[in-house]
Design a protein around this ligand. Structure first.
Ligand SMILES: [Zn+2]
Length: 422
């Protein structure tokens, strides 16, 4: 996924200290005394999940067929109010295993009890941008005001950001409709002081967008401009119901977007205008959203759905290109998070995955371009066999080395029953 989308056959990848030192054709690879390993198959950058709440494995299946507002207030928030840090840790362990086995090496997470999210991600071996949720809702649990959640988030940033190269900490103001405007102003101030990523839901459903416009006399983008949020590094999740002028405003402030087509489709929220965003030069990545609003954490589905929906809506087979779709899942995701992964090139983070290449999905591809196209249209997570994060082998022959998956499944099942029953 370098600029020219080179394919090296056969290729060599040199990894030293968690970064890629050299990549290219095997015939011209530099000699080395370091251990060599023949892995076969197809190596590509690990996928980057730009928007997730992976601990919601605890709530998978909740509230099917409800629209966003009722899904949140009836099926999700009452259960989230009863979550403990231990619940979130186990939910995230199971989520990380699912992500890693699908070839996702980085995930950007917004949730409650974020110290547990970060701990679980570190333990599982995934790379994680942790953005503690900040909002005024019963779901935050008793006594949790947005002020306290913001203080906790700033404390987590101080404790964890930069301490381990696999975890960084941003801020997760939930949305324009779940925080008062003075809360948004306060978040912007802290984010500026910390130079932290601001990860926020934006215009996910039409009903939500109408609530914001009625309350503030403008849409979320204008409200974010007024409260200083747009002066920060912003990652806007969803961004479905935005007008041209609002996309222009985002472009002027270099706002990045996490496109979540499967979650948006499942909740009947709509389809974000990704081609219009890319035409304005916006950075765009793709996200699963949580496993409760998506169904699973398999980012290959978003990788395919993004061009499928864009082309179906535009009645144009070139509306979102095949290589562009691959970029959304890899280098695009890295760009929206400000990370050095998503490309196999010297100097980049050594996050990469191996796919089985001896499969019908790649028959009869011969030219490089055909292989890249079949990666999008015929391959899937089922072909991912091995995963490395920061050069460390995290999934080996389909098995997640750092997560006790049978135990995680039992823990999540037991905890989910408690959350559903009370
Ligand atoms: Zn979300």
């Amino acid at each position: 996924m370098d600029e020219d989308c080179h394919v090296y056959r056969p290729g060599v990848l040199d990894v030293v200290g968690g970064r890629i030192e050299w990549v290219g054709e095997a015939t011209v690879a530099p000699a080395t005394d370091l251990p060599e390993r023949r892995v076969g198959g197809l190596l590509m950058p690990g996928l980057v999940n730009a928007h997730g709440h992976s601990s919601m494995t605890l709530l998978r299946g909740a509230g099917d067929e409800l629209p966003l507002a009722r899904w949140l207030s009836e099926a999700i928030w009452p259960k989230e109010a009863r979550l403990t840090p231990d619940d979130v840790w186990w939910g995230m362990q199971l989520g990380c295993a699912e992500l890693l086995r699908a070839g996702v090496t980085t995930t950007c997470e917004m949730y409650l009890h974020s110290r547990a999210v970060a701990d679980a991600a570190l333990g599982a071996g995934i790379r994680c941008v942790v953005t503690p949720g900040i909002f005024d809702l019963p779901g935050a649990g008793p006594g949790a005001t947005w002020q306290r959640l913001l203080e906790d988030a700033a404390q987590l940033h101080e404790d964890l950001d930069g301490r381990n190269e696999r975890v960084c900490v941003g801020l997760g103001p939930h949305a324009a409709y779940t925080l008062p405007s003075d809360g948004l102003t306060a978040v912007a101030k802290v984010a500026t002081e910390l130079d932290a990523l601001v990860h926020v839901h934006v215009a996910e459903s039409r009903a939500e967008d109408e609530v914001v416009r009625k309350r503030h006399g403008c849409g979320a983008p204008e409200l974010f401009a007024r409260t200083g949020i747009l002066d920060c590094r912003v990652l806007a999740a969803h961004a479905v119901w935005l007008e041209d002028a609002e996309l222009d405003l985002f472009a002027r402030h270099d706002v990045a977007v996490a496109h979540c087509p499967q979650s948006n489709a499942k909740l009947g929220s709509g389809i974000a205008r990704v081609p219009a965003m890319l035409a304005r030069g916006l950075r765009v990545g793709i996200g699963t959203d949580g496993p409760a609003s998506n169904g699973n954490l398999d980012l290959w589905e978003e990788l395919r759905l993004s061009p499928l929906l864009a082309r179906a809506v535009a009645c144009d087979a070139s509306a979102l290109g095949t290589i562009e779709a691959l970029r959304l899942a890899t280098s695009g995701g890295a760009a929206v998070l400000g990370l050095d992964c998503g490309v196999l090139a010297a100097g980049r983070l050594a996050d990469f995955v191996r796919l089985e290449f001896d499969d019908a999905a790649f028959v009869p591809a011969r030219r490089d371009g055909e292989i890249l196209a079949l990666l999008v249209w015929a391959a899937s997570s089922r072909l991912v066999t091995d995963v490395w994060v920061a050069g460390r082998h995290r999934v080996e022959s389909g098995v997640c080395r750092n997560v006790d998956e049978p135990r995680a499944r039992r823990e999540v099942a037991t905890r989910a029953r408690r959350l559903a029953g009370a």
